[in-house]
Ligand binder design. Structure first.
Ligand code: ADP
Length: 637
């Protein structure tokens, strides 16, 4: 803004007018005669002070007071005394004009003074602008510093109370307010979580419920509130001015309020305050989020630890490279796993072959596996390995020692009873068969005898199956030697050749030209093929087909018995290998059996370190298959 006013002060109106006549027209002239009221104050383009002859000192000191920082031209008598010169200089005149003056010289002097004054004013304005910019800059710097420090604190500490307190302190500092707090919402309640400078009576209620309508307004709307009038906040607290900013999180929406306020002085909040405090609120939300996530993880971890500590099962969790990551206390005790085992290969700590095998098999197949593990002290565990995507594998081992013992006792009992039953049964069978030799029988008697013999056969079959299972499981007469699976299959097929023909079925035996060596007990392996073949006959349809196929890969011999029979419902398939389990439906109700054939198959195959399974489509047929480890002739020699 350009200055337009010129003030001329003097004693004598005519002298004043003389000066006025020398000034350019564009200036608005104000005059003042000494001793008439106060000197009019304004920002002048120039003040021309014609010094009086009387009361000179008094006038000079009046002028010094009134004209501080104004551009002054002094008009002085021709011969000033030294003391006058000193006094004059205190006014810091731009120019000193001697009176009487030469008009042209005076005009030039005034023009020059005006020019100087404008230049000075301009310089003064830019200095002021510079100072203001500087002030704003240093304030921004201070804000940025505070934001930076808080950001660092939020990411480096998990002490939520400490971080929130620091955020409140910084917010107060940045907005130049008296007090502040952070309120967090839980359900439909608001809790005071951090505060600064508030009354101790309120602060004592930290972490307790507060009532604050304005905070609720911010929470509901999700928008800041700025008030510059008296308002009631936080359970009766009175504020003259306040600024409340909502705390947002991505997951839970608006979770609280950051507030700063004045209780005594009025507040003047700016856009800048709003902007900075919004950043602060962002940090507070991030800190709350972090703390909650950390708490959740900590809680999960302690829960997991508690489970692992108290679980009676031995639990081992390994990653995809079979490195140990978690284990239960039971596992630590059983296998002597120290805390340093974390991240080390499981094979360094687990020496039991069955378990080591389980882990290495899992690395190849990525499927659920299970094995029985017997420890040095005789304890037996059932180990179940489950692959878990992106984690690795979990092995859960249950102590089944007592179940194994029960099973052994039961088998012993069954085999004793079966054995004791067999002799009297054979006697009964013999006598009944001889009945028709001792006299003629009528038709009805002959029919009854037939039925009795049929039932007796069934019981004898059952008993011999039971005895077989007992013997197989106990490992009696299971002398293993190299033998040819292809020959065994041929023998079994020939046993059933007649039955196949009687039932009008078609049997195909599909074997490779090369021998299929396995290490086993030929009698039991033949029993396996016979049982599978007998089922394929029993559960077939008339004119159905049966294919026995065998082949070897570089490590295994695989045998499949395929039929075109009634098939097995999917839900029943896993159970058919259990003892006495029989599928009961319309298709099977007239077919006799003991429910032990497949149990024998499973026992024998497992004793030979093999695996047996079934694939079946109801109504289309079933394929029973087993694999045994291949025994190469070179090993056999
Ligand atoms: P079973 O003496 O009853 O034949 P198994 O143990 O040999 O006893 O078989 C168990 C059950 O599995 C049978 O009762 C039958 O329901 C079913 N099963 C076995 N083999 C076949 C097959 N080839 N086709 C259809 N069902 C079969």
């Amino acid at each position: 803004m350009e200055l337009r006013k010129v003030l001329i002060l003097g004693e004598d109106e005519s002298v004043i007018q003389g000066i006025a006549g020398l000034l350019p027209d564009k200036y608005e002239l104000l005059t003042y005669i000494y001793g008439t009221g106060t000197i009019p104050s304004a920002s002048y383009a120039l003040v021309v002070a014609i010094l009086p002859r009387q009361k000179l000192r008094q006038r000079l000191s009046e002028l010094a007071m009134a004209l501080e920082h104004q551009p002054v031209v002094l008009v002085i008598p021709t011969q000033p005394s030294l003391s006058l010169i000193n006094a004059m200089l205190s006014l810091r005149p731009l120019y000193v004009l001697k009176y009487p003056y030469r008009e042209s010289a005076a005009r030039r002097a005034l023009a020059e003074a005006l020019h100087k004054s404008h230049a000075l004013a301009k310089r003064y304005t830019s200095q002021q602008q510079l100072a203001e910019t500087n002030r704003q800059l240093s304030q921004r710097l201070q804000e940025l510093n505070a934001l930076y420090t808080i950001a660092q604190e939020v990411t480096s500490t998990l002490d939520l109370d400490e971080v929130l307190k620091r955020i409140v302190e910084a917010s107060i500092g940045l907005t130049d307010t008296e007090e502040g707090f952070i309120l967090l919402r839980e359900g439909n309640k608001l809790y005071l979580r951090a505060s600064k400078n508030m009354d101790s009576s309120v602060v004592q209620r930290l972490h307790t419920v507060v009532v604050d309508d304005i905070a609720w307004q911010v929470l509901r709307s999700g928008r800041p509130v700025m008030l510059q009038r008296e308002s009631r906040i936080a359970t009766g607290y009175l504020a003259q001015a306040l600024l409340y900013i909502p705390l947002h999180t991505s997951g839970d929406g608006t979770i609280g309020v950051l507030g700063v306020f004045n209780r005594t002085k009025p507040g003047s909040f700016t856009e800048n305050h709003l902007y900075t405090l919004t950043s602060m609120a962002g940090f507070a939300s991030a800190a709350v989020d972090n703390a909650r996530l950390f708490e959740a993880v900590k809680w999960e971890r302690s829960r997991l630890n508690a489970i692992l500590r108290h679980a009676s099962e031995a639990i081992l969790v390994v990653d995809e490279e079979n490195r140990l990551h978690l284990w239960s206390q039971t596992a630590a005790q059983l296998f002597d796993i120290p805390a340093e085992a974390m991240g080390k290969p499981v094979s360094e700590y687990i020496r039991y072959a069955a378990l080591v095998d389980l882990f290495s098999q899992a690395a190849e197949h990525e499927q659920r596996l299970h094995a029985e593990v017997e420890l040095e002290d005789g304890q037996v565990f059932n180990a179940q390995l489950t692959p878990i995507n992106r984690v690795g594998r979990v092995v859960i081992m249950q102590d089944i020692t007592h179940l194994k013992e029960l099973d052994r006792l039961k088998s012993e009992f069954v085999s004793t009873v079966s054995h004791d039953l067999r002799t009297p049964l054979t006697t009964v069978q013999g006598y009944i068969a001889l009945l028709d030799r001792v006299g003629s029988l009528n038709d009805m008697q002959r029919e009854f005898i037939g039925k009795s013999l049929h039932s007796l056969n069934h019981i004898t079959e059952l008993i011999s199956d039971l005895l077989d299972i007992g013997r197989i499981e106990a490992g009696y007469n299971l002398e293993m030697r190299p033998c040819r699976m292809d020959e065994i299959i041929r023998k079994a097929a020939s046993v059933y050749a007649d039955t196949v023909e009687q039932r009008e079925l078609h049997l195909e035996v599909d074997l490779p030209d090369t021998p299929l060596w396995v290490h086993g007990t030929p009698r039991r392996l033949q029993q396996v093929v016979e049982n599978l073949l007998s089922n394929a006959i029993k559960y077939n349809r008339s004119h159905g087909r049966i294919v026995i196929h065998a082949e070897a890969d570089d490590r295994h011999v695989i045998v499949k018995v395929q039929d075109t029979g009634i098939g097995i419902p999917v839900s029943e398939q896993p159970k058919v290998f259990e003892r006495f389990y029989r599928v009961r439906n319309n298709d099977t109700q007239d077919i006799e059996g003991t429910g032990l054939g497949l149990a024998i198959v499973k026992s024998v195959i497992e004793k030979h370190k093999g695996r047996v399974w079934v694939e079946s489509t109801p109504g289309e047929g079933s394929t029973f298959a087993f694999v045994l480890p291949l025994y190469t002739p070179s090993e056999a020699n």
